[in-house]
Design a protein around this ligand. Structure first.
Ligand code: HEC
Length: 171
């Protein structure tokens, strides 16, 4: 219901509100304003930022095979740049991380099909968790060879990708 502070004469807006109620059969008020706002937000669909879980990211870094080519805390392959926390970076930028992956993608995909025989597939949530691990010093300090099963350890690439490319060209 519409609340009025002056009970004597209904104000112009109150009359309008009453008419509105008669016509639409419902009371206008804060609730409706809110739901309209929600609807317009819903129309634009807004942005969704996944929950970042660095601990899960640590497992995914191994499970998804990133560790075959990238090192963290001294553990991993040497094919590509190490992904230890960059302490110079003032903040962890999710989109910048993805842009860097995008930049490295052609080399990464080529090497992945050579080394793993497939292209690594990631959901948005998995990528967010890996992003978390790549930007969490505490979590990285706990990362050790014991996190890596023997099978994956055997796959680790021990040379830079550009050296591997040179070798292929010579063959
Ligand atoms: C088979 C090898 C391989 C695997 C597996 C791999 N990468 Fe890469 N990655 C590369 C190569 C090669 C580059 C390009 C390096 C360059 O351009 O100098 C790269 C580049 C990157 C970069 C950009 C590095 C920079 O310094 O800007 C990021 C970030 C990255 N990879 C993340 C990942 C993540 C996360 C995974 C796991 C989901 C992964 N990579 C799996 C080989 C690999």
């Amino acid at each position: 219901m519409v609340r009025m502070h002056t009970p004597a004469l209904p104000s112009f807006t109150a009359v309008l509100a009453a008419l509105f109620m008669l016509i639409t059969g419902c009371a206008p008020g804060p609730a409706q304003a809110e739901s309209r706002q929600y609807e317009s937000l819903y129309d634009k669909r807004g942005f969704v930022v996944p929950v970042v879980n660095p601990e899960r990211g640590r497992a995914l870094f191994v499970g998804k095979g990133c560790v075959v080519c990238h090192q963290i805390n001294g553990v991993g392959g040497l094919a590509a740049p190490a992904l230890d926390v960059d302490t110079e970076e003032p903040y962890a930028d999710m989109f910048d991380f993805m842009a860097r992956m995008w930049r490295g993608s052609s080399a990464m995909i080529e090497l992945q099909s050579m080394e793993l025989g497939y292209q690594i597939d990631l959901t948005g949530d998995e990528l967010a968790d890996i992003f978390g691990f790549v930007h969490d010093r505490q979590e990285q300090m706990q990362f050790s060879v014991d996190d890596v099963p023997d099978l994956i350890r055997d796959w680790m690439v021990d040379e830079r990708y550009d050296l591997l490319q040179d070798q292929e060209e010579q063959e």
